[in-house]
Design a protein around this ligand. Structure first.
Ligand SMILES: Cc1cc2nc3c(=O)[nH]c(=O)nc-3n(C[C@H](O)[C@H](O)[C@H](O)COP(=O)(O)OP(=O)(O)OC[C@H]3O[C@@H](n4cnc5c(N)ncnc54)[C@H](O)[C@@H]3O)c2cc1C
Length: 372
């Protein structure tokens, strides 16, 4: 039997981050069912950092975690974690009210956000059909995240501080005996006072394996594809249509395109649906002068939401020693450094630092109790 201080279930970016922040002071075991830590949602994102698309709790977490991404500890990653790209958001006929409401709401908190003229759009994205655009805004703060460098940095740094990480290892369930969980992990029994549920779309099923009532997590499928547009797309900013959720951006030298779909799904190995891919192709070919030839890659992933669409990092109010780290929705990569740090502090019983409370972050606000 193995004894640890914290058992983390799930080796996606959320589990890797909390293991990293806990490892210097706690014996941590992280288990991942798949052979690759980024096999599910964390390996299927659009790699965006943005604050202007978020409000309230998620925005505060994203801002709190930003200094780490700008200046990670020495040796964390061999490359910069962020590269500034910018984000053009636009509406088409009928979407003006949505665009105006977005700008009125977001501009006071995002001083860099400015309206953009047709001439500015044309200079930036000459293939966007400006005659269809009715409102446009430019956010210069949007960045590309090196997701692999961030994820591997958390795993490597956690291991260097003593965390054990096991891929190909499934968590099968746990019973609480006194103050200790008896957890069935792979073929082993692990004793631990704390289980961290960082199982992404499987957050509620993992809770059920511990006898913990569900939070009502809702996984939603999002689809994307890449293709070669016939020019070097390196550095193309994120271009999205406010309202539909459709967007495209560079993915290295090619373009990544998504219809912005949000189809409810059971937890699963999500696969792209032909219809969603066809919608994305139609949107791109309608809104730009580009034509999609052969797709280079196509995929789908599950973005998992709580009822209020903000993440949760806190102990279950009913079952002791069970910590929820779920519900990151469409922001689990950009929020991972902030949320992992906050989660580790709450698990260790520490007060949140001034930099967090100054942003309005509180233990109660992050707690799953707000959803019960
Ligand atoms: C198309 C798309 C675009 C996105 N774009 C962005 C973006 O631009 N920026 C951004 O910040 N976010 C983005 N996201 C969201 C982001 O990817 C997620 O919020 C984030 O990856 C969630 O991380 P996670 O670790 O919680 O989940 P996951 O990466 O899914 O990790 C959970 C892990 O738990 C494991 N697990 C489950 N059950 C068990 C068990 N019983 N035993 C062992 N292991 C188990 C799973 O195998 C899985 O690997 C996007 C998502 C998609 C799909």
């Amino acid at each position: 039997m193995k004894h640890v201080d914290v058992l983390v279930i799930g080796g996606g970016i959320a589990g890797a981050a909390v293991a990293y922040y806990l490892a210097p002071t706690r014996r941590v075991l992280l288990v991942e069912r798949e052979s690759g830590y980024g096999y599910h949602t964390s390996g299927r994102s659009a790699a965006e950092w943005t604050a202007c698309h978020f409000d309230g709790l998620m925005r505060a977490i994203v801002l709190y975690g930003r200094p780490f991404l700008d200046q990670p500890p020495p040796g964390f990653a061999a490359v910069p974690l962020l590269e500034r790209r910018g984000n053009l958001m636009f509406t088409v006929a009928g979407g003006e009210a949505v665009g105006d409401a977005f700008f009125a709401h977001a501009a006071p908190h995002n001083p860099g956000l400015v309206p953009y003229s047709a001439a500015q759009i044309h200079a930036l994205v000459p293939y966007l059909r400006t005659e269809l655009v009715t409102r446009a805004y430019w956010d210069p703060e949007n960045c590309e995240i090196d997701v692999d460098a961030l994820h591997q940095g958390f795993l490597r740094g956690g291991r260097a501080a003593g965390a054990e990480t096991c891929a190909n290892t499934e968590f099968h369930g746990a019973e609480r005996v006194g103050a200790v969980w008896h957890a069935r992990v792979g073929a082993e029994t692990v004793l631990t006072p704390v289980i961290v549920n960082a199982a992404g779309a499987w957050g509620d099923p993992v809770a059920a394996l511990c006898g913990v009532p569900p939070l009502g997590l809702a996984p939603r499928r999002r689809t994307a594809f890449t293709y070669d547009p016939g020019f070097d797309a390196t550095g193309v900013p994120v271009i999205d249509e406010i309202g539909s959720g459709f967007y495209f951006k560079s993915s290295g030298p090619v373009l990544m395109v998504s219809p912005g779909d949000q189809t409810p799904s059971l937890p699963c190995d999500a696969q792209p649906d032909e219809y969603d891919l066809a919608v994305a192709v139609d949107q791109l070919e309608t809104l730009t002068t580009l034509t999609v030839g052969r797709m280079k890659a196509r995929w789908a992933g599950l973005r998992t939401f709580t009822a209020d669409e903000h993440p949760v990092a806190g102990f279950d109010a009913v079952v002791p020693g069970f910590f929820w780290l779920v519900g990151q929705g469409g922001g689990g990569i950009m929020s991972a450094s902030g949320l992992g740090d906050l989660a580790a502090r709450i698990i260790a019983g520490m007060a949140l630092p001034d930099a967090a409370t100054a942003l309005g972050l509180t233990v109660a606000g992050l707690s799953p109790a707000r959803l019960r």
